[in-house]
Ligand binder design. Structure first.
Ligand SMILES: [Zn+2]
Length: 576
């Protein structure tokens, strides 16, 4: 057998040994070898004895030596997984426009959630796919009911950057009020809009009966006067509404003569950016419709709940002689067990049910980010579901397995014991310094150092309270990378046990548990997805992590380091 093959087996065995606490398994090594070297598959019979021999040699090496060996050649074994290049389905009529322009138009009354990520990612990626332009437009023209909050403009910008949706231009509708007034002026002069003074109830009675309200046919001159009166502050809140004339026989009453401007008492409800400067405010369909045209949007990518808005806006476009953009209306997106209704979320936050927009129970991007979900996970999901008009439900299992795939290769490993169980081990005759790798598959990332210093033959470590039942059974366990322990008795809240040697026991697979030295450790609070807090201890190496790093607590799960202060770390749990 060639030395080249022997060397390949040796590498596979060393990696496998590092992953399995110093004990490589010949079958696993053979499997890895054949997976990477298909040409050897016909030679299994000849190779197997060699694999056994090499594995035996490797298993006799001290763990420090294994790590050193692996560090010397790990770069070459790191496999790059190149994602297969995927394409979104083409945009309709893309060839009819010299430049494709898309937009996302969030209302900064709330932050973006996973549902909004779809409009953001698709609009952005389509713009890039066609070398076009992606615009962010803040739609903040309701200072009364959907009032913007100053901090959310920035959080949304951060959300978009995090998602990788860098924008080419940004607009804020509260800066553009006079532009909407000009369109209002134009509509009213054409007889396409009128100022309605009806009480809402009364107007509804007329419109439901497909009849004009008493104001509708008063004549253009009267309405120009009323429009000026409106702009000069002659109406109080609720006294007048600017309506766009539509087909009163439209089968959908919600489309008939839809409201375009209204009066808002901004002395009582000042706008967070422009205060009380304006009393007449455009409603959604007017402002959004006008901007899509004026900003040259060629393709609007949004949920199918906007189909009614499109029907309304087409009246505006026809009056103004504009061409309506091409549209993609995708289906509803649900995430299993998660509220994505903005109004429900806001209500629940206001009532104190959730502590804020980044509460770990929420599907907001800021909450997911805080827990250690990476933007590539969200992007991948959005590409998978694409702009399809059918309704889709995303499962947490899916989201988590996708995220795990992405964060696992770079997450440092640490020992963490929730609800720590103090454990005194007798018969420990020497000091132990062990160096478990920061990542079992990537020895080049380096190793941690954990030290156990017995006093009078007694070593003290902490084990996880969640392993208590296992320990109470009296069965021997292995402390990962350290030594074997036979639990003897539980005295109060303390476990007593006896040292059972350092070597991994032959064929018996003792459970392998994580542990934390009593000599040096740090308190860690883990904020769980249900917002409860688990308290525990971790090895002190975690103090070297910076806020924002994503780590894995061995046998516990992945999380994101949220806060590091002397002797104390807070981690937000992502998933197992
Ligand atoms: Zn009226």
């Amino acid at each position: 057998m060639s030395t080249e093959i022997t060397e390949k087996i040796r590498k596979a065995a060393i990696l496998n040994a590092i992953r399995h606490d110093g004990r490589a398994d010949p079958q696993a090594v053979l499997g890895n070898l054949l997976g990477d070297n298909a040409e050897l598959r016909s030679k299994v019979k000849e190779i197997l004895p060699l694999v056994r021999q090499v594995v035996q040699e490797v298993n006799s090496l001290p763990s420090q030596k294994l790590t050193e060996l692996a560090q010397s050649w790990s770069a070459e074994i790191t496999k790059e997984h190149v994602e297969e290049v995927r394409q979104l389905p083409p945009l309709p009529n893309a060839d009819k426009y010299p430049l494709i322009v898309t937009r996302i138009a969030p209302n900064p009354d709330f932050v973006l959630h996973i549902g909004n990520a779809r409009a953001a990612v698709l609009s952005h990626d389509y713009a890039r796919m066609y070398k076009g332009k992606f615009i962010v437009r803040f739609e903040d023209t309701d200072p009364r009911l959907k009032k913007a909050q100053l901090e959310f403009y920035d959080v949304i910008r951060e959300d978009l950057k995090w998602l990788g949706c860098e924008w080419d231009e940004e607009y804020i509708q509260s800066d553009r009020i006079s532009i909407y007034y000009d369109v209002g002026q134009s509509l009213v002069s054409k007889g396409a809009g009128y100022i309605c003074e009806c009480e809402p109830e009364k107007f509804r009675t007329f419109v439901n009966a497909q009849a004009p309200c008493p104001d509708r046919n008063l004549g253009t001159e009267r309405h120009i006067e009323r429009w000026n009166k409106m702009l000069e502050g002659g109406y109080l809140e609720g006294q007048a509404v600017f309506r766009v004339k539509t087909d009163l026989e439209n089968p959908n009453p919600a489309i008939r003569d839809w409201p375009a401007f209204r009066v808002i008492d901004t002395d009582r409800n000042p706008h967070p950016r422009v205060g009380s400067k304006f009393k007449v405010w455009p409603l959604y369909n007017l402002a959004s419709g006008v901007d899509d045209h004026l900003l040259g949007i060629t393709h609007v990518i949004r949920g199918k709940e906007h189909l009614t808005n499109m029907a309304r806006q087409i009246f505006l476009y026809n009056y103004m002689g504009w061409k309506y953009p091409d549209d993609l209306h995708y289906g509803r997106l649900k995430v299993e067990g998660m509220i994505l209704s903005k109004s429900k979320l806001m209500k629940a936050i206001d009532s104190g049910e959730y502590w804020g927009v980044d509460d770990p129970r929420l599907g907001t991007l800021v909450a997911l980010r805080r827990r250690g979900y990476v933007p590539e996970t969200i992007r991948k999901m959005m590409w998978d579901i694409g702009p399809k008009p059918v309704d889709v439900t995303i499962s947490w299992d899916n989201l988590n397995s996708q995220n795990r795939k992405l964060i696992d290769p770079t997450s440092h490993r640490y020992f963490y014991v929730p609800d720590p169980l103090k454990t005194r081990v007798t018969g420990v005759q020497k000091e132990f310094e062990v160096h478990p790798p920061l990542h079992p598959q990537h020895p080049e990332m380096g190793a941690r150092t954990l030290t156990v210093r017995p006093q009078d033959g007694i070593a003290t470590v902490y084990l996880a309270g969640s392993d208590r039942a296992l320990l109470e059974s009296g069965k021997s366990v292995r402390l990962m990378g350290l030594f074997n322990l036979r639990p003897q008795e539980l005295v109060g809240n303390e476990l007593r046990g006896e040292f059972m040697g350092e070597q991994i026991a032959g064929e018996e697979h003792a459970p392998i548990l994580q542990w934390v030295p009593s000599e040096s450790n740090v308190q860690v609070d883990v904020v769980m997805p249900d917002a409860t807090i688990k308290k525990g201890l971790a090895e002190d190496g975690i103090m070297t992590e910076v806020v924002g790093s994503i780590i894995q607590f061995v046998r516990f799960g992945f999380g994101r380091v949220d806060k590091v202060s002397p002797g104390h770390v807070t981690v937000y749990f992502a998933h197992q």
